[in-house]
Design a protein around this ligand. Structure first.
Ligand code: XIL
Length: 349
């Protein structure tokens, strides 16, 4: 009798263990939600207007992701349209959405050369006036979202591909020290926030990556605390090689910066050719995503801030509009069906 009981228990245990294995999931079943497979946050960029008008988009956002970055509405052009006017309404409503649904909200972005309001582009003043403008911009926004946003992209895209500093409006008006000052003002506004430097091609261009690291390390040596680096990873099936990805993750983690893969998408048509989307193309895309995940899983836990995709469905991807080309860079297709890269993701996480 006792023996039979043990056999039944063993059978039940075996059934339970097998039932929990990831391979049991139907190939492209998205019924569980990506972030449930992950030990670090999995995020998406959210288009505010689509979130509140498209119920399918909203339900995928809620079910699949536990971190959210506003695709546009936290940028200066939207949030700070006039010197003394901050347009909080939409950003607040996204922040409440995140709070109510237990999603981490990532602040993107405070200081950038793009998507600036006209008044900043036209502003006339001395370097110290510009510094005050930058300080007020950073500190007003960070104070407003103090309990709601725990991590910020303080400076975005400050470097050129050859490793020199981009001659952005901030550098022109304040000087090369603007990055240091931006981080100082941000730290003052919210001492507990995680502060990130965010940029593209850091995985594929070691010259640029090393210049970023050299600058951030030098700021650290001067007592400025910078918590992490956002690697945007707008990549494609043409590049980078998996070894480039692992080298970049390892190099950044070795310097003790958290890594946020902050804007991941994988173009299948970077050269803008006439293409026919095929299984082969989508499998290549899935394999590259697989190697991003495998390499990210290998960095020490304390440096894994999370992986954020730059959107949900191919039909809303910024790449189609921005580069005016046919492309399919995201996890869901135009009909909100999960693609092979979705399956690869949940199997690899
Ligand atoms: C993009 C948005 O996705 C577009 O909707 C907008 O028109 C332009 O900006 N690097 C960044 C992001 O840091 O903020 C950009 O987002 C994509 C490139």
């Amino acid at each position: 009798m006792v023996k039979i009981n043990i056999q039944i228990k063993f059978f039940l245990l075996l059934t339970f263990v097998l039932g929990c294995q990831k391979d049991e999931i139907n190939n492209c079943d998205d019924g569980i939600g990506i972030y449930k497979f992950s030990s670090y946050p999995i995020g998406t960029a959210i288009d505010f207007n689509i979130l509140f008008t498209d119920t399918l988009y909203k339900s995928i956002a809620l079910k699949q992701f536990n971190s959210i970055t506003a695709e546009n509405i936290f940028k200066a052009q939207y949030l700070h349209p006039e010197p003394l006017i901050f347009n909080w309404a939409e950003a607040d409503s996204l922040a409440s959405f995140c709070q109510n649904n237990n999603k981490r909200l990532h602040g993107h972005t405070l200081i950038w050369h793009q998507q600036l309001p006209q008044w900043i582009l036209d502003y006339k003043g001395s370097p110290s006036d510009w510094e005050q403008l930058m300080k007020a911009h950073i500190q007003t926004i960070m104070s407003h979202f103090r309990d709601k946003v725990k991590a910020w992209d303080v400076v975005n895209e400050a470097f050129n591909e050859d490793g020199t500093l981009r001659n952005s409006i901030w550098k022109q008006k304040i000087g090369v020290g603007y990055i240091e000052k931006a981080f100082e003002y941000a730290r003052e506004a919210d001492p507990n926030a995680l502060l990130f430097y965010n940029d593209f091609n850091l995985e594929s261009n070691p010259t640029k990556r090393r210049s970023v690291l050299a600058l951030l390390n030098s700021l650290r040596n001067r007592g400025i605390k910078i918590d992490g680096i956002g690697i945007q990873m707008h990549i494609s099936t043409y590049y980078p090689e998996p070894t480039q990805i692992s080298n970049s993750f390892n190099e950044i983690a070795a310097y003790k910066y958290k890594i946020h893969v902050s804007e991941l998408d994988i173009s299948v048509n970077p050269l803008g050719k006439d293409i026919v989307p095929s299984e082969k193309i989508f499998n290549e895309q899935a394999n590259l995503l697989g190697s991003v995940i495998i390499n990210y899983n290998q960095i020490p836990k304390q440096y894994q801030h999370g992986i954020t995709f730059w959107g949900i469905s191919d039909k809303h991807s910024w790449i189609r509009n921005f580069y005016n080309r046919e492309d399919y860079p995201l996890l869901y297709d135009d009909n909100y069906l999960p693609k092979p890269c979705y399956c690869k993701l949940i199997k690899t996480l």
